[in-house]
Design a protein around this ligand. Structure first.
Ligand SMILES: [Zn+2]
Length: 102
């Protein structure tokens, strides 16, 4: 068993060195990519927090407008079961895409 398992960073660094990019420049580029990934992750967390409704509706009580206002929460988040048990004006679960709703 190797005492060091290469990370994605190591593989990317090897590839850049093999492509003739010098070590300081390669490190600089990889650090920029890491910073970008961290920023993306943080802004995703922020968006997720923002999209939780103040007063989440229960099963059967969710409206089409609720899902439009908080799509992450009602489609992918904790509110999915409540939205699934609620119907649009055309009797489809709010988690399905209705061909008639806008
Ligand atoms: Zn509908």
């Amino acid at each position: 068993m190797p005492d060091y398992i290469p990370t994605a960073y190591d593989h990317a660094l090897d590839a850049m060195l093999a492509a003739g990019i010098d070590r300081p420049r390669a490190d600089e580029l990889l650090l920029a990519v890491c910073a970008l990934a961290v920023n993306n992750h943080e802004s995703t967390l922020e968006r997720t927090r923002e999209t939780v409704p103040d007063n989440p509706k229960g099963p059967g009580k969710v409206t089409y407008e609720d899902v439009q206002a908080y799509p992450y929460y009602y489609i992918r988040g904790e509110g999915r079961k409540a939205a699934e048990a609620s119907r649009c004006d055309h009797d489809l679960p709010l988690t399905d895409s209705c061909p008639v709703c806008p």
